[in-house]
Design a protein around this ligand. Sequence first.
Ligand SMILES: Nc1ncnc2c1ncn2[C@@H]1O[C@H](COP(=O)(O)OP(=O)(O)OP(=O)(O)O)[C@@H](O)[C@H]1O
Ligand SMILES: [Mg+2]
Length: 221
Amino acid sequence: MSPLRVQGLVKRFGDRVVLDAVDIEVSGGEVVAVVGESGSGKSTLLNLVAGLEPADAGTVFIDGVEVGLFDDDQRTMLRRKSIGFVFQAFHLLPYLDAAANVALPLELLGWDRAARDARVMAMLMAVGLGSRARSRLQDLSGGEQQRIAVARALAHRPRLVLADEPTGNLDARSAMEVLELMLAETRAVGAGALLVTHSMPAARRCDRIVQLVDGRAQAAQ
Ligand SMILES: Nc1ncnc2c1ncn2[C@@H]1O[C@H](COP(=O)(O)OP(=O)(O)OP(=O)(O)O)[C@@H](O)[C@H]1O
Ligand SMILES: [Mg+2]
């Protein structure tokens, strides 16, 4: 079962058609780069896939389940369990420390303390921030916060990773390390990922590139 299948997705803001029948399928173990000009609808696409905003038409299947049929509670549960989201603006909790931010989704899923602590530490080390576990989020740099956001999104081994420019604030080397981590984690569990990026080297490192142009998704080189 594909982690994600999007069919005929349409989104309008007023008269403006941002997504005009978008079709995308992401297979298990596949990381798909989403590219397109600023304003082309990349963040909107991710928000619709995650059920954070309603679509005007079209269907989203996550692991073969049509999420449009879900009520709010079911959507929240699905997001918590099956999706890992790296927001363009991080959406971390500034007063909690790095470890607590990464642990939060695992707590909500009922992971026991020992498993949670081990996974949190492994993820912090994987993003190069093992020594900052007890730093408050607001004391970390933008790039460090971004790496925490990636660690949090991957911690519960989601079926679908949705990442909105997850390396946009990082230097070239850190960006590639974070990207390799996302590729490895996604492939290890046969999950799927949609990764929005403005970086062509990052996009080329993914399995496939989809470009949003005039509201349509097309294959790109
Ligand atoms: N809530 C909203 N109300 C009205 N227009 C919106 C809303 N959200 C997004 N838009 C418009 O939809 C278009 C697509 O926005 P979106 O954020 O998806 O672009 P993007 O491809 O992620 O751009 P960027 O690369 O700059 O992040 C933009 O023109 C934006 O102004
Ligand atoms: Mg965006």
